[in-house]
Design a protein around this ligand. Structure first.
Ligand code: SF4
Length: 397
C-alpha cells in the first residue's frame, strides 16, 4: 500500500498523478534542524523524519512517503509564517528578487529509505506594500512555506520560475516516482543476491592471491584486458621471482615487463607494478592502506581494483564493476543496458545492494557470467534469475 505521511491537502492532490491508490496519514516529526546543513540536506532530513514517523505503523511491504518544502532566500530558510506580520516580512523580502524552493522527498519500504530533494528557482515581480497586505489578508500564505502558494492567488506574485512547478506546491512527482522505482529495483536486486547465494554458496575471488593484499593488487593490475586464468598462471612464476614488494621495487624494469608480457600491455603494467611497489614501501611502510582515496594513489589502480582490495582484503562494502557485472546488472534491469561507464554503474548500484553482501555478490556475478549469463549467448531458458530479469522477461515473449 502507498501511504502519504502528510497533512497537506496539496500533496494529497499531487500524489494522485502517480495513478495508484494511496492513503494519507498525518505524521508528526521533529522539525528542528542542526546547524550547517545545505538546503538539500535540510529538506531531505525533514522528509526522512516524516517518512520514518509514518512508517511506525506501516507493514514492511508498504511504501511510506514523507515530504518537506522550504523556501530559501539568501541562505535563510523561510518556513510557514508564524503570523500575518511574519508573512508580510517574508513577502517583502521576496518581492522583486529570486529565491529557491526545495522539496525533500523520502520513501520508506521494508526498513530502507531512499530520499532526495528537488530545486525550483522562483522570481517574484516587484510587489507594492498594498498588494502584499491584500494577499496576506486572503489567509492563503499562513500554512505555506515562504508565505505564498504558487497554485493559488500567490501565482500572481510570480514573474517566472525554473524547475518543476509541482515542486513549488510541495511534491515533485517525478522525483517521487524515481524513488519508488529505486525501491522496485532494490527489491529485484535483493532477490538476485538471495538466489545467487543459493546457487554459489562459496563466493571466492577468481584471482589466486593467497590472502596477500600486495599480491591481489599486482594480480588486479595484471587482469586488465586479460583473463583471470592467465593472470593466475603468470603470477605463479612472477611471485617466485619477485616474492616481496621490495623485490619488485628493485626489479630491472625490462625483466619485470618481460615476466608480465603474457598478460598484455606489458610495458605499462611492468612499470606500474614497480612504481606501486616503491610507493607501498616509501609512503606506506609496506602496509597496504584501506581507503579508496589512498588506494587510488597507486599507479595503475582504478576504482575497480581498489574496490576489489577493499572488499576482499579489508572486508569493506565494495562494488567491483567488471565486464560481467556491467553486462548482467544491465540485463537484469538495474540500469539501461546501454550504460557502460563503470563509475556511473558503481554509483547506481551501491544503493541497490546491501553493503555487507556487495563484495561476495560481485564474485558470484562473475561466476554466473561465465556459467549462464554469458556475453554472446545467455542461457535464459534455464536461468535461475529469469523471474526477476528484465532481459529474460523480454526474451520469453
Ligand atoms: S534471464 Fe537471461 S539475461 Fe537474464 S540473467 Fe538469466 S541468462 Fe542473463
Amino acid at each position: 500500500m502507498l501511504i502519504l505521511a502528510s497533512k497537506s491537502p496539496r500533496r494529497r492532490e499531487l500524489i494522485t498523478a502517480l495513478g495508484r491508490p494511496f492513503v494519507a496519514t498525518s505524521a508528526d516529526a521533529d522539525e528542528t534542524l542542526p546547524a550547517g546543513l545545505s538546503p538539500r540536506e535540510a529538506v531531505t532530513l525533514l522528509a526522512t523524519r516524516k517518512a520514518e514517523a509514518g512508517a511506525a505503523t506501516a507493514a514492511p511491504d508498504d511504501l511510506v512517503v514523507g515530504a518537506d518544502t522550504l523556501v530559501f532566500y539568501r541562505g535563510e530558510a523561510l518556513g510557514k509564517p508564524s503570523d500575518e506580520k511574519d508573512a508580510v516580512r517574508m513577502l517583502t523580502l521576496l518581492s522583486g528578487t529570486e529565491h529557491e524552493v526545495w522539496t525533500g522527498v523520502a520513501v520508506w519500504h521494508g526498513g530502507h529509505i531512499f530520499a532526495d530533494a528537488a530545486l525550483t528557482t522562483v522570481r517574484f515581480r516587484k510587489l507594492t506594500e498594498r498588494e502584499i497586505l491584500r494577499y496576506v489578508k486572503t489567509g492563503e500564505p499562513m500554512d505555506k512555506a515562504g508565505a505564498y502558494g504558487i497554485q493559488g492567488k500567490g501565482g500572481k506574485l510570480v514573474e517566472s520560475y525554473k524547475g518543476a512547478f509541482d515542486n513549488v506546491i510541495g511534491l515533485p512527482v517525478s522525483l517521487l516516482a524515481h524513488l519508488i522505482e529505486q525501491h522496485e529495483k532494490r527489491d529485484r536486486m535483493l532477490s538476485v543476491v538471495r538466489i545467487l547465494k543459493e546457487v554459489y554458496p562459496d563466493a571466492a575471488c577468481a584471482l589466486e592471491f593467497g590472502g596477500d593484499p600486495w599480491r591481489l593488487l599486482v594480480m588486479g593490475r595484471l587482469s586488465a584486458q586479460c583473463t583471470d586464468a592467465r593472470v593466475n598462471e603468470v603470477c605463479r612464476d612472477l611471485f617466485l621471482r619477485y616474492p616481496t614488494p621490495e623485490a619488485m621495487a628493485n626489479a630491472a624494469l625490462d625483466e619485470l615487463c618481460e615476466a608480465v608480457r603474457p598478460c598484455g600491455l606489458h610495458r605499462t603494467k611492468g612499470e606500474n607494478l614497480r612504481d606501486a611497489a616503491r610507493l607501498l614501501l616509501d609512503r606506506f611502510g609496506g602496509t597496504l592502506p584501506d581507503t579508496m582515496e589512498e588506494l587510488l594513489l597507486f599507479p595503475g589502480v582504478g576504482r575497480k581494483i581498489a574496490n576489489l582490495l577493499l572488499g576482499d582484503v579489508f572486508g569493506k562494502p565494495a562494488i567491483v564493476t567488471d565486464t560481467h557485472f556491467i553486462r548482467i546488472c544491465g540485463r537484469l534491469g538495474a540500469y539501461d543496458e546501454s550504460e557502460k561507464n563503470p563509475e556511473r554503474i558503481e554509483r547506481l548500484m551501491t544503493p541497490l545492494i546491501p553493503p555487507e553482501e556487495s563484495s561476495d555478490f560481485c564474485h558470484r556475478i562473475v561466476q554466473f557470467g561465465r556459467d549462464t549469463c554469458t556475453a554472446r549467448a545467455p542461457k535464459c531458458a534455464g536461468c535461475p534469475l529469469r523471474s526477476v530479469c528484465a532481459h529474460g522477461a523480454q526474451s520469453a515473449q
